[in-house]
Design a protein around this ligand. Structure first.
Ligand SMILES: [Mn+2]
Length: 315
């Protein structure tokens, strides 16, 4: 579906709930906040349904627009889903179905809303939003720019992944033109980490599994490790990158024990498809970065399952 259809759908409604995915990342927070700001700038009512932002993204503007399902400021009449690969990945399930818009960039997205804007060639949900704002002639202020920069820079690995295109960089130019200090933001996002995250990373890397041929690495984080370092979920977000950056590795996984599930983050190097492995576990994502959540399993048996799946994928 095209931009015109999305624009007229947005014009038809007045009171929006905007949400991203479970275990929200920089693209999820950044795109939902930017969308909410754009709607409010257009005279609409809107809020973001999400957990409060973690320490890593404490600098994001507009956090007062965030609420949980139980304390929404008003009854929404339409919902916007951003950066959500499949319906079960949505941050919240609403009590009753509402007119819905999906904006996403996951190659595994089969589509699940009334109106959809899915482009797997876009680096991030934030980049698709910039295209939409440009099409609609919506101004981007500095607060929106900070959110969109967070979206795009995190999903492109600070503009180092192959999803970074000339168009991506042109949009970053638009953001810089608002007066945004990208050096300050990049430092906060990529070159600062809590002591808890630093020490947790150390233990994961020391104890990681390495296959005999050196092509597979698997790291694990138990609940007791989280407790030992006083770490929170946001502290684990980028540890998997270290695993796939080991020379000679084709595919890597990081397992994170939850209260009643195990979260699996998958990364691969060029030529290996992490999304395929994620889909085999009921998850999804991109070629080089994907994930899934395993239920009814222990950390130890999840490790065995994931090692087998990676072995099969890598050959
Ligand atoms: Mn994304």
């Amino acid at each position: 579906m095209g931009m015109n259809e999305v624009c007229s759908w947005l014009k038809e409604h007045d009171r929006f709930a905007v949400m991203g995915h479970v275990s929200p990342d920089g693209d999820s927070y950044g795109s939902t906040l930017a969308m909410c700001m754009a709607l409010r700038n257009a005279g609409k009512q809107a809020f973001v349904l999400a957990d409060p932002v973690p320490h890593l993204y404490a600098f994001l503007p507009g956090q007062d627009m965030i609420c949980r399902l139980e304390n929404c400021p008003f009854e929404p009449e339409a919902v916007i889903h951003l950066d959500i690969a499949s319906p079960d990945r949505a941050a919240y399930a609403l009590a009753k179905p509402l007119p819905s818009l999906l904006i996403d960039h996951h190659q595994t997205n089969a589509g699940f809303d009334d109106v959809m804007l899915i482009d797997a060639s876009a680096s991030s949900a934030g980049e698709i939003l910039m295209r939409l704002f440009e099409h609609a002639g919506a101004a981007i202020d500095r607060d929106m720019a900070a959110c969109l920069f967070t979206s795009i820079s995190t999903d492109t690995g600070s503009f180092q992944f192959s999803n970074t295109t000339a168009e991506t960089m042109r949009y970053i130019g638009v953001l810089i033109d608002t007066g945004l200090d990208i050096s300050r933001l990049s430092t906060l996002i990529f070159r600062r980490r809590t002591l808890a995250r630093t020490r947790l990373t150390g233990e994961v890397l020391t104890d990681m599994f390495v296959s005999e041929d050196g092509k597979i690495t698997v790291g694990s984080i138990s609940l007791s490790m989280m407790e030992k370092y006083g770490a929170v979920h946001a502290d684990t977000e980028t540890i998997v990158n270290y695993l796939v950056e080991v020379e000679g590795v084709c595919m890597a996984a990081l397992l994170e024990e939850g209260e009643d599930s195990v979260k699996v983050s998958l990364r691969s190097n060029e030529g290996y498809n992490a999304a395929e492995v994620a889909v085999s576990f009921g998850g999804g994502g991109h070629m080089l970065a994907a994930g899934a959540t395993l239920h009814d399993t222990t950390l130890a048996s999840a490790e065995e399952m994931v090692k087998k799946a990676l072995r099969k994928a890598v050959g």
